[in-house]
Design a protein around this ligand. Structure first.
Ligand code: SF4
Length: 294
């Protein structure tokens, strides 16, 4: 870790975060200033941030535009008929209008009853004592919306548990951990730091294919599956570098992979000029044999 620490610090320092935000779903909550608007727009954006960015971004953008200047005010007063007007005909891959309506109505009820989404999460953390358990309470609470009236107006739900998963399964719950990173750590150019009742040290890295690949290359894990266990293992390794804020390297690492600086299809020439070459477990072997791909 002594060798990796300065390389990761340099990667974070070199990352043009403001430029990269445009390639990241975190751009949506950055449109708002009020913490309640930030947490509501962020959860909608994170929940739909799967698949191709060029496909989910217009969906999120259109919904937020139609929700008006304050997404929090919109969901607070939202009723089934309003959800129908907003979401009739909505389809994005695994999700249809009823799924998104549950999320919006669930957030509205949470704001009315608890004042903020943070309060719902903090309650779960207090009751369950772990981030994993708190996320379960959080998504279960948000899903507690009567389905029959929605089914009558918008048709049956399709992928509600994909949109708002229970992290008690083996999955890494990447989008939920991404949402938590946005809300809890910071503030900085990317993350908001508006949830003060959750310590950044407790966060788990949002594990996706980019982070999984980078983590293996850098020896943060030997595991190849994208599970909660792997996410915890990668986070534990990063905690040795920064015990207080282990997931602060996530944005830089993820965008290093996403931008093509470390592509899935590795190239010797790219590895040879990579800033992480000296701490990478794969690149040096490849860079020593120019022209080779892996
Ligand atoms: S040296 Fe190659 S494999 Fe390693 S991080 Fe850099 S680009 Fe990726």
């Amino acid at each position: 870790m002594d060798l990796l620490r300065p390389r990761l610090e340099a990667l974070v320092a070199a990352m043009d975060e403001r430029a990269r935000i445009g390639f990241d779903p975190v751009e949506f909550p950055h449109r708002y200033a009020d913490p309640r608007d930030i947490e509501v727009s962020a959860l909608l954006a994170a929940a739909l941030a799967y698949g191709r960015a060029d496909l989910f971004r217009p969906k999120v953008d259109s919904l937020l535009q139609r929700m008006g200047p304050s997404p929090a005010a919109f969901v607070r007063t939202l009723k089934v008929e309003g959800a129908r007007a907003l979401l009739e005909g909505f389809v994005y891959r695994f999700n249809v209008g009823t799924d998104v309506a549950v999320l919006l109505l669930g957030m509205g009820r949470a704001l009315r009853e608890h004042g903020s989404l943070e309060a719902v999460f903090a309650r779960g953390l207090e009751a369950r004592g772990t981030l994993h358990g708190a996320l379960d309470v959080f998504t279960t609470t948000l899903r507690q919306v009567p389905l029959e009236p929605l089914r009558a107006k918008l048709g049956p739900e399709r992928g509600l548990h994909h949109l708002l998963p229970s992290p008690l399964g083996a999955g890494a719950a990447k989008r939920l951990n991404l949402y938590l990173r946005w809300m809890v750590r910071g503030p900085d150019a990317v993350d908001f730091g508006i949830w003060k009742r959750v310590p950044p040290a407790s966060l788990v890295i949002p594990l996706d294919t980019h982070i999984g690949r980078m983590a293996q290359h850098l020896g943060l894990t030997a595991r190849t599956d994208l599970t909660w266990r792997t996410a915890e293992e990668v986070t534990a390794a990063l905690r040795q570098i920064d015990p207080v804020d282990p997931v602060r390297f996530d944005f830089a690492l993820c965008h290093f992979g996403m931008s093509g600086a470390c592509p899935a299809q590795l190239e010797a020439s790219r590895c040879a000029r990579c800033s992480l070459l000296s701490v990478c477990q794969v690149g040096p072997k490849l860079a020593a044999r120019p022209g080779r791909r892996a």
